[in-house]
Design a protein around this ligand. Structure first.
Ligand code: NAP
Length: 483
């Protein structure tokens, strides 16, 4: 892999602890595979609790100097990090595609998207203003200060190996926190390359730690540590709930970006071309392996058949293959388990009456993009994240029926709808139970907007001004007796 990079120094294969690149104490490693071929592309240290505790100790030691640096200085380092990431886009995208599988063009777009969080927080980090509050007596002054939370921990998933990391690291560092990251076992190399660039940008030793290894051991050490004041986790709702429980004894601040079950409502008055494009964007990005992927496409009866025909044509034309091949739009799913899960969900839907209307050519390690109609709420794919390239269509009659179907889930991350009626746009936008709602668009993730969910999709927000706020504590200073 290293030979394919212009900057071979980006191929880091060790963990980052206290500014040093280290192996696991026991010398053991974890192999990382290319999901398109099953070939091992490299190995990373199989660290556990001891290495994590050392990274936390280094972060604690580095905290006083880092938080004392003026915000513009910290943000200048972030600005350099952003520039270095953008300059290394091609190499980073090659690493990302090799370990995650998504098409190179999508990997490049993810690197740019990842950098956009660094750029955003390099600016936003200089605006953590406090305020003075009018006091009830003449001899008192009340000041409200924003202070860094302290030592933080982050755990990230494999589906967006760069963006899920910068979305946490950039606001943490901008706020004056230090942070220890555990990337997903299947995609550690993008994380380590980002760490290398952070060091080159001037992030001091210990301020950022990256520990690869056993999830339960590393996560256990992070949650057990009283030094860690905040845990930011992106991943499944089940693991999020477990980490919340583990964090309870030390009362950590929690930021949880969890699973979703996003609906896309297509109303009779939608612009058909626009609705099909929104569905393709929100369904097939990253082969459907996204927390904000459209899991249920709810189509009103009057536009149903025309929409299905148009989307079916798009699905049949999707090009599936290894992410490194030119023109490929859908890469492999992350592993055998993911492929089996999608196949089971499709079989379950067909057993319960769904029709497979269209399918793109695909074989071997690649799951074919599919279009299913006749979906109903008792099917598994209605209740769980498909996390694959399967567009599942439900038919509804009235706006009220559509809304009831859309909200009939314990999740509340993203929701989308297509209409050209302004009155409906307001009504539905307000009624959808989700942290993010897209009207006539399948793209809702931008660095300047708050990203996150309600219900069982999580706590807190990433991006926007809210994303910085997660890493800040509020202190009220009461002054009296000075005059
Ligand atoms: P996952 O199994 O929950 O894993 C996510 C991360 O948690 C990985 O780093 C994983 O480590 C780690 N982990 C697993 N078990 C752990 C434990 N017991 N203690 C500590 N850490 C543990 O989720 P996934 O399958 O990788 O990712 C897909 C899920 O993430 C989906 O549900 C998706 O919706 C959600 N997601 C949400 C957002 C959002 O912003 N809301 C964004 C992207 C993805 P290993 O890799 O080492 O197992």
């Amino acid at each position: 892999m290293q030979d394919r990079l212009t900057d071979r120094g980006l191929w880091r294969t060790r963990a980052l602890v206290g500014g040093e690149w280290i192996g696991a104490d026991g010398g053991t490693t974890i192999a990382v595979e290319d999901p398109a071929t099953g070939d091992t592309i490299g190995e990373v240290p199989d660290c556990g609790a001891a290495e994590t505790e050392r990274a936390i100790a280094a972060a604690e030691q580095a905290l006083p100097a880092w938080r004392a640096r003026p915000a513009p200085e910290r943000c200048a380092i972030l600005r350099r990090w952003n520039d270095l990431i953008l300059a290394a886009t091609e190499d980073l995208a090659r690493i990302l595609t090799a370990e995650q599988g998504k098409p190179l063009a999508e990997a490049q777009a993810e690197i740019e998207y990842a950098a956009s969080f660094v750029a955003w927080f390099a600016d936003e980090g200089q605006r953590s203003h406090g305020q003075e509050v009018p006091a009830p007596t003449a001899d008192r002054r009340i000041m409200v200060r924003k202070e860094p939370v302290g030592v933080c921990a982050a755990i990230t998933p494999w589906n967006f190996p760069a963006a899920m990391i910068t979305r946490k690291l950039a606001p943490a560092l901008a706020a004056g926190c230090t942070i220890v990251l555990k990337p997903a076992q299947q995609t550690p190399f993008t994380a380590l390359a980002l760490g290398e660039l952070a060091i080159r940008a001037g992030v001091p030793a210990g301020v950022l730690g990256i520990v690869t290894g056993d999830a339960a051991a590393v996560g256990g050490a992070m949650t057990a540590s009283p030094v860690v004041r905040l845990l930011s986790f992106t991943g499944s709702t089940g693991v999020g709930a477990k980490l919340m429980e583990q964090s309870a004894p030390t009362i950590k601040k929690l930021a949880l970006e969890l699973g979703g079950n996003a609906p896309l409502l297509v109303f009779d008055d939608a612009d058909l071309d626009n609705a099909v494009e929104a569905a393709v964007a929100a369904k097939f990005r990253n082969a459907g392996q996204s927390c904000v992927a459209v899991n249920r496409i709810l189509v009103q009866a009057g536009i149903h058949d025309a929409f299905v025909d148009r989307l079916a044509a798009r699905v049949r034309a999707l090009r599936v293959g290894p992410g490194v091949e030119d023109g490929v739009e859908i890469g492999p799913l992350i592993d055998d388990k993911a492929r089996a899960k999608v196949a089971d969900m499709v079989a379950d839907a067909q057993d319960k009456g769904a029709t497979l209307v269209a399918q793109a050519p695909a074989a071997g390690r690649f799951t074919a993009p599919m279009l299913l109609t006749g979906m109903t709420p008792e099917m598994r794919a209605a209740q769980e994240e498909i996390f694959g390239p399967v567009a599942a269509i439900y038919r509804f009659e009235t706006e009220a029926d559509g809304l009831a179907l859309a909200n009939a889930t314990p999740y509340g991350l993203a929701a989308y709808y297509c209409t050209t009626d302004l009155h409906r746009a307001w009504r539905v936008g307000e009624a959808l139970e989700a942290g993010m709602v897209g009207l006539n668009t399948g793209a809702i993730s931008l660095a300047m907007a708050p990203f996150g969910g309600i219900k069982q999709s999580g706590l807190g927000r990433e991006g926007g001004a809210e994303g910085l706020e997660e890493y800040l504590e509020t202190k009220a200073l009461h002054w009296t007796g000075l005059g």
